[in-house]
Design a protein around this ligand. Structure first.
Ligand code: HEM
Length: 142
């Protein structure tokens, strides 16, 4: 059975938002390079905006419409779905917190530096959210 078009687009755009985050990782010339850090900040904002639109336009409505199916899923599928939702909420919320810290104060003060150690764990959680989301889609849980 072909996978549904909206889900395919959602998955492709979610992977795109992950690539934007990767592109922004200031690995190339080191963290002390100011240009890399600014690029990391702006690419994170674009990735967050794209993913937030997908969550509110596609995923939250699907969650509401499919709630009765979700409550009826087998244990493993249900676990995957709730892990996806939990980690997804966490990844988006943390991303917003880092960006707000950067933009709220003078950008040159780089207040986001204070939460730098949480960024790699958040990035890994974001990847797990994409993988569990891809499983929901590819295995057609609902
Ligand atoms: C970083 C955050 C997130 C990422 C990267 C992500 C990624 C994905 C991906 C790739 C899919 C599969 C595409 C599809 O079938 O539509 C998906 C599906 C889904 N996601 Fe997320 N997601 C995130 C956050 C959330 C949040 C916060 C919720 C809570 C409402 C959520 C609920 C769902 C649901 C219900 C589906 C199934 C959609 C369907 O097949 O009808 N996701 N997600």
């Amino acid at each position: 059975m072909p996978l549904d078009f909206t889900g395919n687009v959602t998955l492709a755009l979610s992977v795109t938002s992950l690539f934007l985050l990767i592109l922004g990782l200031p690995l190339v010339a080191g963290i002390s390079n100011k240009k890399n850090l600014t690029r990391h900040g702006y690419l994170t904002i674009i990735a967050l905006t794209l993913q937030t639109i997908l969550v509110f336009v596609i995923m939250v409505p699907s969650l509401i419409v499919n709630m009765s199916h979700i409550l009826d899923l087998s244990m493993l599928s249900a676990l995957n779905t709730w892990i996806h939702i939990g980690l997804g909420v966490f990844a988006l919320g943390s991303g917003f917190a880092y960006v707000i810290l950067w933009l709220w104060f003078s950008r040159s003060k780089m207040r986001c530096f204070t939460v730098k150690k949480y960024m790699l764990p958040t990035f890994i959680i974001w990847i797990i959210a994409i993988v569990t989301g891809a499983l929901i889609h590819i295995l057609q849980f609902f």
